[in-house]
Each structure stands twice: as structure tokens, then as C-alpha cells.
Design a protein around this ligand. Structure first.
Ligand code: ADP
Ligand code: MG
Length: 615
């Protein structure tokens, strides 16, 4: 046993250039190699691919990987080949030559790792090639098998039929996000046999989370984009119109970006995606149609210009930031009206009452996440049933979210109650005849015609929060909606603000409320961010100019071989090179992520660039 573990570590170092396994990787590999089934739940960037790639590198036989996304498959194949694995993919988008080559290698028994789409596998004709040699069937994005999950794929439900055709092969189901319900479903639907469940901690410590009230969407998005000039970022917006508007705004500000949504031609979408992956484009502004097929590891921020549909969606979409483990930022701009839009859109479908209830629960959860002045890392991990902090300590401050960084504060309890009561009594007084805007203006004491005409400027609540400013008042109203003290009901397409029974109770001092408030414009926080960024430099003194040169050289190489740059070397490897300035191949070998294959292929060329500076 001990020998085998050491052997695994040796392969990890030689092939991948990594010194140690990430949590649960070794366990997954061990289980697979001993022919048993397992389910692996690790967050994005947790290193799931390695769990099935390493068994393929042992030379014992074929590892089959079922993956729902063709775009992702090609990148994964390129990635595996860079490590020196005999990898191929078979899917409907292959050109004739690649298809022929893949079949040839398969029939010659050379293939070590085969990616395949579920549709293609279900056709059954490939089984003659694989059933004899297959040692492991890995099902990636396994949550697609579950009705309860967020990306249900009917073909995934039929995989069991095929898996049963090679009963001796171990099965490994992998996913990033799965509630216990979805986990059970995965094990049942894929007929895993007494599976070990390897469930990692969902926290992503390298991500800095911020959830802020939306004030000026474009200005707030510009702000985060400007802090990451020259790096990759994804901006998610709710509608095509939002996408187009934001993309236009960013472009006008001279920022490299492209829109992506279902209304664009397949060609336009493909080229935006390609350019983004190949680092020819910094920012994609997209609806959630974008991203499933993106493995770019050096995405430095993901901003949600609107509130996502659920915590699961948020975890998955924001999780596309910082796969390489280096700091990245996730920003969510919240307005309660986003939830109302999600609700309206989901209700037009023909949905069952249970589904409607499930949607309602999801919207509440993401709403609470966005407005509660509570550590965002904690809220996210708790949602997925895990404790925070991961190490079980009682450390209170994550140091990596707007709340713990002191950018969002909660009001003292008594002040929160008082403020809530002022807002609630205004809403109560209006009896659901007006929208949030009107009530906000009333509280702020704006003498608009309409307010005067209604005589509302004579009310006690008029101007009662005039010193708090509009952004705070609007945000508090949203926070009270999320906490069920207020609600929005649509009448003749007009959203009206009502006080709820709980709201009336609170006015009578029954119940409790928390209210948060952003206290500083983000700009003043630059220093803190710089401090955080320093953390990932690991105290290394990086030659920025050399880093940029290494980066352009990598882009050139990638362009030439038609693969994404990060597949050649991660940014972290380039940063280390730019700091340590290795002189020999042996020096290079000690850099994380440089295995023998890459060393041979690229080592000399990169050394040349580095040593030009050394001279
Ligand atoms: P997931 O599929 O879980 O999102 P990936 O398999 O894409 O994650 O891996 C995420 C990143 O982690 C990749 O850049 C990969 O090279 C890196 N990685 C994987 N295993 C290790 C390890 N043991 N040590 C360091 N980096 C690793
Ligand atoms: Mg993956």
C-alpha cells in the first residue's frame, strides 16, 4: 500500500509537476485503481480531472470520461496531451481527420484517456473497442443526471444501460455542486456499487466575494473591470438587453470585451468564446448561456450585474473565477427587482406546485446571501451543508469578503429595528398602492409633484430618512423584502410594495431584523486589495516586465498549436519563472506545474526568454 502511494506521488510529480495531492484526489485515485466505485464532490478548481487522469497515466488500460460539453472536451484533451497522455475525444464536432485518428488509436489499443459525449456513448457502436480495455468510467458533471440539479440532461439518465455493459470497470461520478439530495440521486441513477462518497469542502478560499446593492450598474461593472485591466473576466447579466448595454459601455471605456447571448449567431458566439479562451479578449459580457464550456484557469473576476437564480447557480458561475488557485474577485450586484423578474419568468412555464416552491426557496436563499451583512464565505459554504471555517477553528474573519473587509457593516440592533420600522410604517401607510421608488422618495422627503398631489408630503414619514441617502434607503427596502417584512405584488404589470404580516409584527416590536449597509465606495479599498494580491505572490519579487514577455510568448506558442495558453503553463508557473528566474532545466523542474513532458517540450524555449533578462 505504502509503495503504491509513493508511486502515485512520484507520477504526480513526474507527469504533472505537482508536489502533493489536493484534498481527496489521492483517495479517489486509490479507490478507482482498486476497481471500486466512488462519487467525488469537489469545488471548481478542486482538481477533479486529475482523479481520473492519473489512473489513465498508470498504463493499466483505458479510462473513459463522459462529459456533456464538447468545447470542454477539446480543451481537456489538449491539456492531457500536454502531460503526455494518449488522449482523444469522440463527439459530433470532430473533423474527418481527427475522427479517423481517434478511431485508429482506439482500435490499436493505444488510447489511455477517451472523452466522449453521452449521446455518442449511448449509440453503442464504440463498445467493441473499449469494453475489453476499460478500467474506469468517469462521469464528469454528474449532477446533470439529477432532476433536482440545475443542468438536468435526459441522456445522462440512460448512461447506466451502457455502464452495465462493462461491469468490471470502476465508476467515478464527479461534480462541483451537489446538495445531499442530488448526491443520492447521482449514486442511484448511475447505479454506483457501494460507492465511497468523497465530498470536499465547498469553500474557495482564493475568491474574494462581494455582494453590493446595485446603484449604477455600468459604473460598478466598470469599476471592477478597471481593476483587472489585461486579465480575464466574466460579466453576467440577466437579459440580452443588459448584456448589449454593458458590453457597449465597457467598449466605450476602451476595455477589451465582447457580448455573448443566445440572440447572437452561433458563429459570433463561437468566436467570442474562442477569443476569450485564447486570451485575445479580456472580458465576456454574457447571459448564463455562457460558461459551461469554459475552463480558462486565469479568470480574475466574475461579476454578476444582476442577481443569479439560486445559490447553486451563483456557486457555479462565480466559481469560474480563479481556477488556478490565485486570488480572484466575485462581485454580485443585487436588486430585489431581479428576483421578481426571475419569479415572473419561471412562472410563465407550466410548472408544478412543488417546482414553484423549490424556485421560491432558491430565490429566497440567494436574496438572503446578497443582503445579509454576514461573511459571504460562511453563507455560501453553509448553504452547501458545510461548516465554516473549513479548518473547524473559530476564526470569525475570512478577510476575503465585503463584510469581513469592513466594506459592508451591519447596523446596531436597535438602529436596525428603528430604521426598519420607519420604512415599514411608510409602506403600511401607502397600503400597497405604490412601488418601491415612490416609498423611497417619500422616506427621503422628495417633494415630487406626485407626492405633493397626494398630500403625502404632510405625513409623519415624509423625509424621515432624508439623511440616509437614496442608495441606503433603496437597499434597506430590498433587505426588508428578502427578510419577508415587505413584499412586492404585481398588479397590471406594475410592482407594488406591501407590508407583510411579519412586517406589521415588527412594527409592534415583535421579531428581529438585520440591516446592512455598504460604507465605502470600492475605490478606497484599493490598498486592501493590493495587500491581498500580494498574498498570492507568496512574497515573491516578480519581474513584471518579464512576466508580460513570458505571457506573450506563451500566447504565441498557443496560437501556433491551436490550444488555449493556460494549457501550456498556468499563470502561476509564469509568475514563479518571473520571480525565480531559473537558469537550467533542473531549476525549471522545481516550479509547480512543470512535469517532464512540458519540460521537454517548452523548457528550453522559456529558459531562453528568461535568460535574456539574466544577462
Ligand atoms: P475541476 O475540474 O475540479 O474544476 P480541474 O481538474 O480543472 O478542476 O483542476 C483545477 C486546477 O488545479 C488545474 O489548473 C489543475 O492543473 C490544478 N491541479 C490539479 N491537481 C493539482 C495538484 N495536486 N496540485 C496543484 N494543482 C493541481
Ligand atoms: Mg472539471
Amino acid at each position: 500500500m505504502k509503495n503504491r502511494l509513493n508511486a502515485l506521488e512520484e507520477i504526480l510529480k513526474r507527469r504533472w509537476g505537482y508536489d502533493s495531492f489536493k484534498p481527496l484526489q489521492k483517495e479517489a485515485v486509490e479507490i478507482a485503481l482498486s476497481g471500486r466505485d466512488c462519487m467525488v464532490v469537489l469545488p471548481t478548481g478542486g482538481g477533479k480531472s486529475l482523479c481520473y487522469q492519473l489512473p489513465a497515466a498508470m498504463g493499466h488500460g483505458l479510462v473513459l470520461v463522459v462529459s456533456p460539453l464538447i468545447a470542454l472536451m477539446d480543451d481537456q484533451v489538449a491539456n492531457a496531451r500536454e502531460i503526455g497522455l494518449e488522449a482523444d475525444a469522440i463527439h459530433s464536432n470532430l473533423d474527418a481527420r481527427r475522427r479517423r485518428d481517434a478511431y485508429r488509436r482506439l482500435s490499436e489499443g493505444k488510447t489511455e484517456l477517451l472523452y466522449i459525449s453521452p449521446e455518442r456513448l449511448l449509440m453503442g457502436d464504440l463498445l467493441v473497442y473499449i469494453s475489453e480495455r476499460i478500467i474506469l468510467a468517469a462521469i464528469d458533471e454528474a449532477h446533470c443526471v439529477s432532476h433536482w440539479g440545475h443542468d438536468f440532461r435526459p441522456e445522462y439518465r440512460r448512461l447506466k444501460e451502457v455502464l452495465d455493459r462493462f461491469p468490471k470497470a470502476a465508476r467515478m461520478a464527479l461534480t462541483a455542486t451537489a446538495t445531499p439530495e442530488v448526491q443520492n440521486d447521482i449514486c442511484a441513477q448511475l447505479a454506483l456499487r457501494e460507492p465511497s462518497r468523497l465530498v470536499g469542502h465547498p469553500d474557495r478560499p482564493n475568491l474574494i466575494y462581494r455582494a453590493l446593492p446595485r446603484r449604477d450598474q455600468l459604473a460598478q461593472i466598470l469599476d471592477i473591470a478597471r481593476r483587472h485591466i489585461g486579465s480575464g473576466g466574466i460579466v453576467y447579466a440577466q437579459t440580452r438587453k443588459d448584456v448589449e448595454r454593458l458590453a457597449k459601455g465597457l467598449k466605450k471605456a476602451g476595455i477589451s470585451c465582447a457580448p455573448y447571448h443566445a440572440g447572437l449567431s452561433a458563429n459570433d458566439r463561437q468566436s467570442a468564446q474562442d477569443d476569450f479562451v485564447k486570451e485575445k479578449l479580456d472580458i465576456i459580457v454574457a447571459t448564463i448561456a455562457f460558461g459551461m464550456g469554459i475552463d480558462r484557469s486565469n479568470v480574475r473576476f466574475v461579476a454578476h450585474a444582476n442577481t443569479p437564480k439560486s445559490m447553486e447557480h451563483y456557486q457555479q458561475e462565480s466559481g469560474r473565477a480563479g481556477r488556478d488557485g490565485m486570488p480572484a474577485e466575485c462581485l454580485l450586484l443585487f436588486a430585489a427587482s431581479d428576483l421578481a423578474l426571475h419569479r415572473r419568468l419561471s412562472k410563465t412555464e407550466n410548472i408544478s406546485p412543488q417546482r414553484e416552491l423549490a424556485i421560491e426557496r432558491q430565490l429566497r436563499a440567494i436574496g438572503r446571501y446578497a443582503v445579509a451583512p454576514v461573511c459571504r464565505h460562511r453563507l455560501l459554504t453553509n448553504h452547501f451543508g458545510a461548516p465554516y471555517p473549513p479548518d473547524g477553528s473559530n476564526k470569525k474573519n475570512c478577510g476575503a469578503c465585503d463584510v469581513c473587509l469592513g466594506e459592508t457593516k451591519s447596523l446596531p440592533d436597535d438602529e436596525a429595528v428603528l430604521t426598519a420600522k420607519k420604512i415599514l410604517s411608510a409602506a403600511w401607510r401607502m397600503e400597497g398602492r405604490y412601488g418601491t421608488g415612490y416609498v423611497a422618495h417619500l422616506l427621503l422627503g422628495r417633494s415630487y409633484e406626485r407626492i405633493k398631489f397626494n398630500g403625502h408630503n404632510k405625513l409623519k414619514v415624509f423625509g424621515i430618512l432624508k439623511d440616509s441617502g437614496e442608495p441606503a434607503v433603496r437597499s434597506w427596502i430590498d433587505q426588508l423584502i428578502v427578510q419577508d417584512f415587505l413584499e412586492i405584488k404585481e398588479e397590471r404589470n406594475y410592482p407594488l410594495l406591501y407590508i407583510t404580516a411579519a412586517g406589521k409584527q415588527l412594527c409592534k416590536d415583535k421579531g428581529s431584523v438585520i440591516l446592512g449597509m455598504p460604507i465605502l465606495p470600492l475605490k478606497r479599498k484599493k490598498k486592501k486589495l493590493a495587500a491581498l494580491n500580494k498574498k498570492f505572490d507568496c512574497g515573491l519579487d516578480i519581474d513584471k516586465e518579464l512576466f508580460e514577455r513570458l505571457r506573450s510568448f506563451r500566447r504565441l506558442l498557443a496560437e501556433k498549436s491551436g490550444i488555449p495558453p493556460y494549457i501550456i503553463f498556468h499563470d502561476s508557473a509564469l509568475l514563479e519563472m518571473a520571480a525565480l528566474k531559473p537558469k537550467t532545466l533542473n531549476d525549471l523542474r522545481s516550479i509547480k506545474g512543470i512535469g517532464e513532458h512540458k519540460l521537454k517540450r517548452y523548457g528550453a524555449a522559456f529558459l531562453k526568454i528568461i535568460n535574456k533578462t539574466n544577462d
